[in-house]
Each structure stands twice: as structure tokens, then as C-alpha cells.
Design a protein around this ligand. Structure first.
Ligand code: 4AD
Ligand code: MG
Length: 437
């Protein structure tokens, strides 16, 4: 008797290397069409999908009949020969010699028909299996990897900042309180920035990268209550350094996705042209100039406030590029922003706005580094001074000009993928009315 060669387990993503050979594929049944004596099974395994052709003659009556009843998303293992076929969607097919049912699935809730978005969000744990959601998650993965590579290769040190914090960073109205044993209330972090500043005084250039929380009651397509933010902070740095770093980061991330994730962008039917246009230097305008542009375009924007979504969209349309807006009114920004020495009602702050209506993706600036001025700001913002005493210490012991920014990962992913809403840019979105699954 001839000995069977050992099974080769292959991944669909790398199937090209197995043409002409018999392999085992382990995955899930995405779709099935049958025509009497042949089943066409679309099998996916997380790395891709492929058509598997099963004839009664090749597998025998029992397996063939079993395949008649396989429901969508049944977990199956198939063995068969790989064939190149120019007409097949991915360029390859498998001729099935054997099929094993690993885990049955009947009446799968997400069918190829259209479902409403609330229904899909209720089934997010299953929705992730669709090709489109997989493409988004792969791009998200690439964005995160590009961000890490960018900072690591420039000598920034990753220093983790706490998630349970004693005080507000971005503003007291959007804090999530958490009971902290019997005696205290902690808050989920809004930003690692204040700790980043301490860490930068220790290590020079640092970044943190983690989940951040905002109890925002806004129901816009740009807001989540839990989102991921990467935040670099640099000692001995001014506003110009912060702007240059943000610009380089955005370019690096876009370049990486264009280099490595074209197939996923194609799945999403994302027109890559606007991304290909992203090049440094980005247009830079002061807040004052931005207000003039908005008013010239007919928006009723008054000097003094932060931009709303329509304002950001209009500005980005005006430039058709990411645009850097700097020196917002101090009153519109957080307490830690350094006042512009040339013009104290303005702050050394910066936002980067993405094109195509995606709005603010980066927010940051130069920090107030003077002890007395900062203490005054803490008081003026009605913040508890005791909770900020450690932060004020940084201005007592070797204070230096410094700054940094935060970039929201979901906003960037939504922009790159061309999504309607940031909720698809995170595996399990948390929003005003959604905490499940
Ligand atoms: O502009 P923000 O609030 O800045 C800070 O938190 C600073 N402390 C960061 C720093 O300087 N280290 O937030 C930064 C970015 C925004 O530009 C946006 O991309 C994202 O975080 N972001 C949100 N993303 C999704 N949902 C929300 N509710 C968001 N709020 C901010
Ligand atoms: Mg902001």
C-alpha cells in the first residue's frame, strides 16, 4: 500500500504557492451554490476566500449529501487539489476530495441580503466575519503598526500612562466616573497627556498609545465614548516642532497603507486618489485665517469658538489636503495650552483636519511651562488644585518648553477606509446608546 503524504495545511491568502498540490484548508462556509451534481462552496479562513468545487463523483454520496445541508458559516475542513483558474475570483480554485464538518451553523443571522446598521451593530460579534469588516480591521492593524514603527524609529520611548486617573485632562464635563473602593472616585482617562509630560521630562521623547474615554453625549459620526489615541510628547520642543511631527506621522501612515493594503482598499471600494494626493508640507493656516476662509465661503462662523463639523469640512474642502490650523483662541482650548507670547488671547495649539469631511484627526500644541501661569489656569478652570499638584511640580523642577499631540486612531481609519461613521473603525464601538456586544 502506498503511504499517504502528510497533510499540508494551507492558508487561502498564500494559496498560490500550492498550485497542483493537495492541501487542507480550515475555515468557514461563506456561501454555497449547488447544481445537481456539483456544489460550489465559497470557503473563507480569515486570510482570504476561495471557491471549492465538489463533485459527487469525487467525494461520494454521503459527503455530497452532507454538503447539501451545510448552513452559512459552518466550520469546515476541506482537502483537495489547488488549481489556477483565471475565471475564479481570486485566480484559484480547489477540487474537493474530502470535507469534514468541524462546527455546524444553521440560520446564521447575517445573510448576503442587506441588513440595517443597528441590526448589524447588535450582531457585531458576527458582522466582523464579513469581507468588508475584515478589510477595515486589517487596515486598522496596519495603521497601528505604522504609528508604532514611526515613533520607535525616531527614538521615542513608549511609556504607558494610567487608565484610572484622579482628575480631568481635557475637561470635566466628559469624565466617566468609576467607584474606587469605598473612599474615592476614579475617572477613566481622557488622554495620557499630563503623564506624558512627566515622562518626557524623564526620557526626552515619549509616546503613549491606548484607549481613552469621553462621556460625550454627541451622536455625530466622529464620536465614540471609547477610542484609541496615540500621543507623543517632546521635551525642548515648540509649536513648530509639534506641527512638523504631526505632519510626518500622517504622511507615514497614509504611505504605509497605500504600500501594503491596496487589496483591502479595493474591497472597500475606496478611491485611493485622495490618499495619494496627501503630501507634506500640508497647508498651514492660523485660526484667524481659517475664520476668514469660513466667512468668505458663507459660513456664519464667529471668532472665538472651536470649529464644528461643518466648519472643519468646509476648511478641508477649501484645501483638498490635510490642513493644519494653529493658534486657536485660548478660551476654546484646554487649560494647559501655552498662551501665544505675541498675542495672549491666542494659544499655541494645533489641529490637523483630514480632507473629505473627516474633520479633526490630530489635536495638540505647546504646553504652558510657567509655574505661576499654569497654577492660575488651573484655578480659572475650577480644577481641584491638589489633584494637579504633581503636574505643577513639573514646572517647579527643571521646566522646559515642550509639546505634543494626540491622534485618534478611529478617525484616521475612518478617513483612510472612506467610512460613513467611526463606529466601523473599531472592533466593538462604544457610543452614547451602545455598550453591547
Ligand atoms: O483634541 P483632543 O481632545 O486632544 C487631547 O486629548 C490632547 N490631550 C492630546 C495631546 O495633546 N496629547 O483629542 C485628540 C484626538 C482628536 O484629534 C481626535 O482625532 C480624537 O483624539 N478624538 C476622538 N476620536 C473619537 N471619538 C471621540 N469622542 C474623540 N475625541 C477626540
Ligand atoms: Mg481637539
Amino acid at each position: 500500500m502506498m503511504e499517504r503524504p502528510p497533510q499540508t495545511v494551507a492558508h487561502i491568502g498564500g494559496i498560490a504557492a500550492h498550485v497542483g498540490r493537495e492541501v487542507t484548508l480550515r475555515g468557514w462556509l461563506q456561501n454555497r451554490r449547488s447544481s445537481g451534481r456539483i456544489h460550489f462552496l465559497t470557503v473563507r479562513d480569515g486570510t482570504g476566500s476561495i471557491q471549492a468545487v465538489m463533485s459527487k463523483a469525487a467525494v461520494g454520496d454521503d459527503i455530497f449529501r452532507q454538503a447539501d445541508h451545510l448552513g452559512q458559516e459552518s466550520a469546515i475542513s476541506i482537502r483537495g487539489q489547488v488549481r489556477a483558474d483565471a475565471r475564479a475570483p481570486g485566480g484559484y480554485e480547489v477540487d474537493v476530495a474530502h470535507l469534514e464538518l468541524v462546527g455546524a451553523s444553521q440560520d446564521y443571522p447575517i445573510t448576503p441580503k442587506e441588513h440595517g446598521v443597528e441590526y448589524l451593530l447588535d450582531h457585531r460579534h458576527l458582522w466582523l466575519r464579513t469581507e468588508r469588516q475584515q478589510a477595515i480591521l486589517r487596515i486598522r492593524h496596519e495603521v497601528i503598526d505604522a504609528v508604532r514603527t514611526f515613533f520607535n524609529s525616531r527614538g521615542f520611548v513608549l511609556v504607558d500612562t494610567p487608565i484610572l486617573t484622579p482628575a480631568a485632562c481635557e475637561g470635566t464635563t466628559t469624565l466617566f466616573p468609576v467607584p474606587y473602593f469605598d473612599t474615592a472616585t476614579a475617572f477613566l482617562t481622557q488622554s495620557g497627556q499630563l503623564y506624558n509630560e512627566a515622562n518626557a521630562m524623564a526620557l526626552g521623547r515619549v509616546y503613549c498609545f491606548g484607549p481613552t474615554f469621553r462621556a460625550e453625549k454627541s451622536k455625530t459620526r466622529r464620536h465614540l465614548t471609547e477610542f484609541w489615541m496615540v500621543e507623543p510628547e517632546m521635551a525642548y520642543a515648540a509649536l513648530d516642532d509639534v506641527m512638523a511631527l504631526a505632519e510626518d506621522l500622517v504622511v507615514a501612515v497614509i504611505t504605509r497603507v497605500l504600500d501594503t493594503r491596496r487589496p483591502e482598499l479595493a474591497v472597500l471600494q475606496r478611491d485611493a486618489a485622495p490618499l495619494e494626493r496627501v503630501r507634506a508640507p500640508f497647508p498651514r493656516v492660523s485660526y484667524d485665517e481659517a475664520v476668514d476662509i469660513l466667512q468668505a465661503r458663507g459660513l456664519e462662523f464667529q471668532w472665538g469658538g472651536d470649529f464644528g463639523s461643518p466648519d472643519e469640512t468646509a476648511l478641508a474642502e477649501h484645501f483638498d489636503q490635510p490642513v493644519i490650523v494653529h493658534r486657536f483662541p485660548a478660551a476654546a482650548k484646554a487649560f494647559y495650552m501655552k498662551a501665544d507670547p505675541e498675542r495672549p488671547e491666542a494659544s499655541l495649539s494645533v489641529d490637523v483636519l483630514a480632507p473629505e469631511g473627516y474633520g479633526e484627526i490630530v489635536g495638540g500644541g505647546q504646553r504652558e511651562d510657567d509655574y505661576d501661569v499654569l497654577r492660575e489656569r488651573v484655578r480659572a478652570h475650577d480644577l481641584p488644585e491638589e489633584a494637579f499638584s504633581w503636574y505643577l511640580d513639573l514646572r517647579r523642577y527643571g521646566s522646559v518648553p515642550h509639546g505634543g499631540f494626540g491622534m485618534g486612531i478611529e478617525r484616521v481609519v475612518a478617513w483612510i477606509c472612506g467610512l460613513q461613521h467611526v463606529r466601523e473603525a473599531v472592533p466593538y464601538p462604544r457610543m452614547l446608546h451602545r455598550l453591547t456586544p
